[in-house]
Design a protein around this ligand. Structure first.
Ligand code: NAD
Ligand code: UDP
Length: 346
């Protein structure tokens, strides 16, 4: 039996959907996480009744504080690997449940793999029973350490099947397979986004990904830990831009026949990112080098031509603007104060 953080209000004899015939109901698996909580907020603003489902592995209850004051929001504590609670009815399902940071997804790799495969199966079955549209948060990690640059959706990728990142990469690849097989077999309306590195408010200080690590280290006056030479590249998308892409993909009149890249095509070396963070925090921190993790992709940059042409979507927030906002967020979280920033948002 799932623990309810807030009791679902079910009128006797009526389904949850029946409780309000006019509003659409959305389920957000992983709704207490960094991106999931932003998505829940956005869906509530768009008029949905929203239920978050989360096992609180990396998600936090305090991400939901403001949301739980909204009578149209409910959260169920549940692990999607296990059979879902009975009686759930939704028009739309978003699957964001999965630890996304390498140290977190490698803590319990078998559970990470089960989350992507068994969790996706459970949600796909729910979508089938509800005749609901379903969204999958896939990842640029399906391209592995790519030989094609930038990465278009048509690239099949270069992924190690048995390394420490494989539980995540191969789990997400298998989930894509399941989504497209459910679409072909049952005619399910699926939307699959391949998300490139995204950052912003509500990341946890101990998340372990590079943007949060560098900002927290700089604010604490600690050395910034660059793994390897720092010449590897990533493309960083601000969370608000990404959520707009999610909604546009979900609301597109017809389902794209393939996964869709969502990310910011600006490409930066990790050394460039470290230098920017030091400048934006006015920090005296130094840069130190640590070993490069196994199978760390050397370069990554999305080709977003499809999203531009078919969703009318592209990121609007520059890295400097997004970093300034994220520095403010962590500064307030850690110290409750505002720093004088070393660089203005451009
Ligand atoms: P996150 O770790 O903050 O959020 C994941 C959420 O899923 C957390 O609330 C966690 O508690 C929950 N969760 C994990 N396993 C679960 C399970 N078995 N059952 C129920 N809940 C579970 O990460 P995020 O950055 O918000 O990522 C959200 C989704 O987007 C993930 O699926 C991730 O793979 C995908 N993604 C994110 C990025 C990014 O850069 N942020 C990039 C590519 C893909
Ligand atoms: N990285 C780093 N220092 C850190 C954390 C990460 O240099 O403290 C590097 C990491 O090796 C990778 C890049 O930054 O090359 C992005 O790492 P992240 O974990 O954010 O995302 P992913 O590797 O999944 O793209």
């Amino acid at each position: 039996m799932s623990k309810l953080i807030k009791v679902l209000k079910l009128e006797s004899g009526s389904s949850q959907r029946g409780a309000n015939q006019n509003r659409s109901r959305a389920l957000v698996a992983g709704g207490a996480g960094f991106l999931g909580s932003h998505l829940c907020e956005r869906l509530l603003r768009d008029g949905y009744d929203v239920v978050a489902l989360d096992n609180f592995h990396t998600g936090k209850r305090y991400n939901l504080n403001a949301l739980l004051r909204n009578p149209r929001f409910t959260c169920i504590e549940h692990d999607i690997v296990n059979a879902l609670p009975l009686g759930l009815q939704f028009d739309e399902i978003y699957n964001l449940a999965c630890p996304a940071s390498p140290p977190h997804y490698q803590e319990d790799p078998i559970h990470t793999f089960k989350t992507s495969v068994l969790g996706s199966l459970n949600l796909l079955e729910l979508a089938r029973q509800n005749n609901a549209k379903i969204f999958q948060a896939s990842t640029s990690e399906v391209y592995g350490d790519p030989f094609v640059h930038p990465q278009p959706e048509s690239y099949f990728g270069n992924v190690n099947t048995h390394g420490p990142r494989s539980c995540y990469d191969e789990g997400k690849r298998s989930a894509e397979t399941l989504f497209f097989d459910y679409s072909r077999t049952y005619g399910l309306d699926i939307r699959v986004a391949r998300i490139f590195n995204t950052y912003g408010r509500r990341m946890q200080p101990d998340d372990g990904r590079v943007v949060s690590n560098f900002i927290v280290q700089a604010l604490r006056g600690q050395d910034l830990t660059v793994y390897g030479s720092g010449m590897q590249t990533r493309s960083f998308c601000y969370a608000d831009d990404l959520i707009e892409g999610f909604v546009r993909l979900m609301n597109a009149p017809s389902a794209p026949a393939h996964p869709v890249n969502l990310g910011n095509p600006g490409e930066f070396t990790i050394m460039e990112l470290a230098t920017l963070v030091i400048s934006y925090t006015n920090s005296r921190s130094k840069i130190v080098h640590r070993p490069l993790p196994v199978d760390d992709p050397r370069q990554r940059k999305p080709d977003i031509s499809f999203a531009r042409a078919n969703l009318g979507w592209e990121p609007k927030i520059s890295l400097s603007q997004g970093l300034a906002q994220t520095v403010d967020y962590f500064d307030t979280l850690l110290y409750g104060s505002k720093l004088v920033k070393g660089a203005a948002a451009s």
